[in-house]
Design a protein around this ligand. Structure first.
Ligand SMILES: CCCCCCCC/C=C\CCCCCCCCCCCCCC(=O)SCCNC(=O)CCNC(=O)[C@H](O)C(C)(C)COP(=O)(O)OP(=O)(O)OC[C@H]1O[C@@H](n2cnc3c(N)ncnc32)[C@H](O)[C@@H]1OP(=O)(O)O
Ligand SMILES: Cc1cc2nc3c(=O)[nH]c(=O)nc-3n(C[C@H](O)[C@H](O)[C@H](O)COP(=O)(O)OP(=O)(O)OC[C@H]3O[C@@H](n4cnc5c(N)ncnc54)[C@H](O)[C@@H]3O)c2cc1C
Length: 705
């Protein structure tokens, strides 16, 4: 048998090798009839489910947005998952970079076909609206890492929808939605990502030919990072500085064809490639792109917000100068949902594993407890479940806010855009940062096995930690929110009305100190007072610095640390508030036990953040040490109260095993069996002796090197 394994690699292509190898890997290790690889479900998990005291599907329905939406999701999931070809023959993480990419394209095409042929007939174009999060979630059954098509659906299509004229939309959208063309969003350059007014790619209008000339004047102007750009896309949105009639009008979006539609060869004047290995996103062929005086037709400029006429005249159409930033706002809103979903996956994996895993002795001589019975483990994990709920409900609320502002803007009213920008910026910043930190906490909570790629926790982390950077870095976005908050504070100080999400300032500017009470509403009010205190301190610092002779910009810059903290505190208060109100609203007609457990989770979240911010509470409110002690006690009581329902709570996220893709988190709890099954798929186990033994080890050991 050994001989068969050894010769295999040389005679087959890598993928064929893996497929073939998977059939007789057990032969190689001679444990094909090993009785320890039990097929029966873990008993501890079964007991956990038996002791859960609430109706799991009721919470599933709440999180999905109602029973009908749960049914629809399950229907879409079952269509996609019943197609067995989504499974990898060998784990994608054991493939080399090229094979991994090729496999991701194979699976993306397969998934696209299923969506086009079977899901679209079920849902129509709704698949892009309210069902897009279901599509996104189901896609994880196909990809452990990222689909190279993500940017096509996540940014290319939305940019055409948001920035194109009706004529442009009717030309481009049918082609894009039918996947006749595949696009991406190329904004960031080697030299600039955050400061987009500083982008260097130029689009210069030539009225003689009615074309734009796209050019990359220097290395730092090369587009860098766009997902799917390196090898997959044949079109992209390029964001470039628009020049016409000798004047620069700032950055604008253009649709640019970069590859031949038939041969897929890069077109003359286009230099495109992949940027090399990254911490994550390794199946998404993030790319670079440069242009050498490359010409595109005039009507490839997306002209909903501004136009260049045939003679080169520039016409501003939009009523707000930042509407070209619309795709970024849209994606920031979407990302809150995206990270809530990924955190829910990590929490499911870590909680189920913690119910299966037994370690150490609480009392000498007694059976080893399930690790979920350690209060420190509950402290690590239950806040992850609560945060997933908080972010899911906040994301639904943000989506409604976004839709309302969008509807206003369609009628020409951009009055609420600054508030939407401030909200979407800070919610994107906090949700991505919290989720990345808590996914890592879930990984750590799983000890050594959490470090295995087959647990899926490392990949979840490497994907989610990138969300903190892309679509606007954490600090940069919180500073955007701070701009809005400082202006609102000044308005409140001068007695002018402020917008709803900052209405707490009207009461706080008077200077009262808030007296703590441990109720949910009390903690939320205290959080708003902390935010107000931090905003007020920032304003004081800026004014003091200006009084000492600094220009406003310098005073702002020097106060940056306080401004970021103020925006963070504001956003935390908003999340606490929305999470509370939505929990009360959504459980109004729920059964008593569902109401109780949802309330417990909500209180846990509020108490957790109060305890994380005791210094702020002592500084900005009248909270006392005794108040903190009782908050701590309440928090610990909540851990104990939630404990019996922990597995039920993660079951309520309702992830099929195909979507979780985790050895530690599968529904049946066969943790050790799955770890071994996955280990046996490692290419290193395909042969009893690796050839490096003969080449290096043996000569070394025998002193013949
Ligand atoms: C079939 C298989 C497929 C599988 C897929 C499954 C199916 C999927 C289905 C559905 C899809 C779902 C998608 C879900 C997730 C999507 C994931 C996408 C992955 C994305 C990858 C990453 C992409 C990117 O990163 S693109 C690049 C993003 N870049 C940035 O974000 C840059 C950040 N920088 C900025 O935004 C700005 O430069 C700035 C805001 C920092 C500063 O801008 P500025 O200099 O112009 O402004 P000022 O600071 O001077 O401010 C002036 C003024 O303007 C206000 N302002 C700024 N921005 C805005 C805005 N956006 N809106 C409104 N107002 C704005 C600012 O506040 C100032 O106001 P004042 O009043 O204070 O003057
Ligand atoms: C996985 C991944 C996928 C991506 N996909 C795409 C894509 O598809 N299309 C695309 O166009 N781009 C994409 N990007 C690029 C991404 O949008 C940028 O990396 C992001 O906007 C951050 O910009 P930057 O890299 O220039 O960081 P920088 O701005 O250089 O940030 C570096 C540091 O400087 C700090 N900093 C910068 N400016 C300020 C300031 N004004 N005040 C205080 N601190 C500041 C930041 O906080 C950070 O700590 C992707 C990036 C990643 C990691």
């Amino acid at each position: 048998m050994g001989t068969r394994c050894e010769g295999l690699r040389d005679s087959l292509s890598p993928i064929a090798y893996y497929e073939e190898y998977s059939h007789f890997r057990l032969d190689c290790l001679k444990i094909d009839d090993n009785k320890e690889l039990s097929m029966s479900a873990n008993e501890d998990l079964a007991k956990e489910r038996a002791r859960c005291d609430f109706n799991v599907s009721e919470i599933t329905n709440i999180l999905d947005g109602g029973i009908e939406r749960t049914k629809q999701r399950k229907k879409i999931e079952s269509i996609a998952l019943s197609n067995g070809k989504c499974c990898d023959v060998t784990p994608e993480e054991t493939l080399g970079p090229k094979e991994r990419y090729e496999n991701a394209i194979r699976k993306s095409c397969l998934y696209t076909k299923i969506v086009k042929d079977q899901v679209l007939t079920l849902t129509g174009l709704e698949v892009l609206g309210s069902n897009s999060s279901v599509l996104r979630r189901t896609a994880d059954a196909f990809f452990k890492d990222i689909s190279p098509f993500l940017l096509h659906l996540g940014m290319f299509v939305p940019t055409i929808m948001g920035q194109g004229t009706p004529e442009q939309q009717s030309y481009w959208l049918p082609r894009a939605l039918d996947f006749q063309i595949i696009g991406t969003y190329a904004q960031t350059e080697l030299g600039h990502g955050t400061f987009i007014r500083g982008l260097e790619t130029t689009a210069t209008y030539d009225p003689d030919t009615e074309e734009f000339v796209i050019h990359s004047p220097r290395l730092t102007s090369y587009k860098w990072w766009a997902g799917g750009l390196g090898k997959t896309s044949n079109y992209c949105i390029v964001v470039a500085q628009l020049y016409t009639q000798g004047k620069c009008y700032g950055i604008h979006p253009f649709i640019v064809q970069i590859r031949d539609e038939d041969t897929h060869m890069p077109l003359p004047g286009v230099r495109v490639g992949e940027i090399g290995p990254r911490m994550g996103f390794n199946t998404a062929d993030n790319g670079f792109l440069g242009f050498d005086h490359y010409r595109i037709p005039r009507n490839h400029m997306l002209m909903k917000n501004s136009q260049v006429l045939k003679d080169g005249t520039y016409v501003k159409v939009a009523s707000h100068s930042k509407l070209t930033y619309g795709t970024m706002v849209f994606v920031r809103v979407m990302l809150v949902n995206e990270v809530a979903f990924n955190l829910a996956k990590a929490a499911t994996i870590a909680v189920r594993y913690s119910a299966v895993r037994r370690q150490s002795e609480k009392i000498s001589g007694e059976p080893e407890p399930q690790i979920i019975d350690y209060v420190t483990q509950q402290h690590k994990l239950f806040v992850c479940i609560a945060t997933a709920h908080a972010l899911q409900l906040s994301s639904n609320w943000l989506w409604k806010t976004f839709s309302a502002v969008l509807a206003d803007m369609r009628g020409g009213n951009t009055e609420n855009l600054p508030e939407l920008h401030a909200l979407s910026s800070c919610l994107k910043a906090l949700s991505t940062s919290d989720s990345a930190a808590l996914i890592e906490q879930c990984r750590l909570a799983c000890g050594g096995h959490g470090y295995m790629l087959s647990s899926n926790l490392p990949l979840l982390y490497s994907f989610v930690t990138a969300t903190r950077t892309y679509e606007g870095d954490y600090t940069v976005l919180l500073l955007q929110t701070a701009r809005f908050l400082i202006k609102a504070w000044e308005q409140a100080e001068s007695g002018n009305p402020v917008t709803p999400t900052v209405s707490y300032m009207e009461e706080a500017v008077v200077g009262n100190k808030y007296k703590w009470n441990g109720s949910a509403e009390g903690i939320i009010k205290a959080a708003y007072y902390v935010a107000a205190g931090k905003i007020s301190s920032s304003v004081t610092s800026i004014r003091k610095r200006m009084k000492n002779g600094k220009a406003f910009e310098d005073a702002w810059e020097l106060t940056g640390v306080q401004l970021v903290a103020a925006a963070e505190a504001h956003c935390r208060a908003v999340i606490c508030d929305v999470y509370r109100k939505e929990t009360v609203r959504l459980t109004a007609n729920s059964s008593p036990n569902v109401k109780t457990v949802m309330d417990q989770l909500n209180m846990l979240y509020l108490s957790h953040w109060a305890l994380e911010r005791t210094g702020d509470l002592l500084r900005y409110t009248s909270t006392t040490e005794d108040d903190i002690i009782s908050c701590q006690q309440r928090y610990e009581e909540l851990l104990a109260a939630i404990r019996p329902n922990a597995v039920g709570l993660v079951d309520a996220f309702d992830f099929p095993d195909e979507i979780l893709q985790s050895t530690l988190g599968a529904y049946d709890g066969r943790v050790y069996e799955r770890l071994m099954e996955e280990a046996l798929k490692s290419p290193l186990n395909a042969e009893p002796v690796n050839r490096s033994f003969h080449q290096y080890l043996k000569p070394l050991m025998q002193g013949k090197l």
